[in-house]
Ligand binder design. Structure first.
Ligand SMILES: [Zn+2]
Length: 50
């Protein structure tokens, strides 16, 4: 479990199946985060260029 950096809601992540470089999407706001570290779990918000 981690926290969305955009809306601060919780994002559920199965730490057994993720790998560095995977992208997880916040179910609440749709923000995409890239996995940059597994242990400890760290996500980086992907800023969409428009
Ligand atoms: Zn969010």
């Amino acid at each position: 479990m981690t926290t969305c950096q955009e809306c601060n809601c919780e994002i559920s992540i199965d730490e057994k199946t993720i790998k560095i470089g995977d992208v997880v999407v916040c179910s609440a706001c749709g923000a995409e985060h890239e996995i940059i570290s597994i242990d400890p779990l760290e996500l980086e918000l992907i800023e969409e260029e428009k």
